[in-house]
Ligand binder design. Sequence first.
Ligand code: DON
Length: 305
Amino acid sequence: MRSPIPEYMLEVLDDCRNTDGGTVADYIPELARANPERLAVAIATPEGALYSAGDDEVEFSIQSISKPFAYALALHDNGLEAVLAKIGVEPSGDAFNEISLEDETGRPRNPMINAGAIATHSLIHGGNWEERAERFRRRVSILADRELQFDEAVFESEMETAHRNLAIGYMLRTVGILENDPIDIVRGYIRQCSLTVTTRDLATMAATLANGGVQPQTGRRVFDDLTVRQVLSVMMTCGMYDAAGDWVTTVGIPAKSGVAGGVIGVLPGQVGIAAFSPRLDEHGNSTRGVKVFERLSTDMGMHLM
Ligand code: DON
């Protein structure tokens, strides 16, 4: 007998398809070429089941959804104390590309905004941008249970217009949060953001977080419990940027969005969810992706409160 879940998912996609508004990100020229009509959803369980519908095999760049996983890797490589010395855990209330440094320490407010993510990338073990990005790629591939690749066109394209991230990198270097060449670190961060995933990959990766750091299909432990707890806490308060309050009240689970249109959500112990649709709202979150999550949260009673 076929599971009824994919039919339900198709119904959700149909209901969310006509959500108006939003535009495809164009500050990275390569992203402006995305088909704005794409729409997908996937749900993965800690037991290893994976359900999906829509454009679930279409590949797109992970962008800011790389940030929680890079944060997990930085925690794994350095320990909590060393990471907290460089990056705070407070919501900034600002846009994702604000400089947002704390006054006294110069720390970026959290690892989900670009400033914090650039600092996070610098803490991943590796001698240069290529080694850090490669270490990130390998680790995330274990989470997705398939060999993920970088999108060279997206990487080159973002490097060409990376003025703001470079400015943030130089600012972080000035206050001593970055200890090495900011150009090398920003390059590695942008490479990290260019990793290519599908909606199914993202749901599987989210399910690993839901499962306390153990990959559901292989049973392999990738991150320890405390690392996952730290990552999910920061996703809960900072993952949707200056829309965090709206998100927590309407959807109510830890989440992270990316400018290519992906969104992940994690219901600890229960499911990892991903949605994808390239048009973005004013916060840089997928317009229809947010709708899909609102619908799923209501139907499935996912809200943690
Ligand atoms: O650094 C940037 O601007 C992009 N590589 C990632 C930004 C992003 O995905 C923001 N999320 N919605």
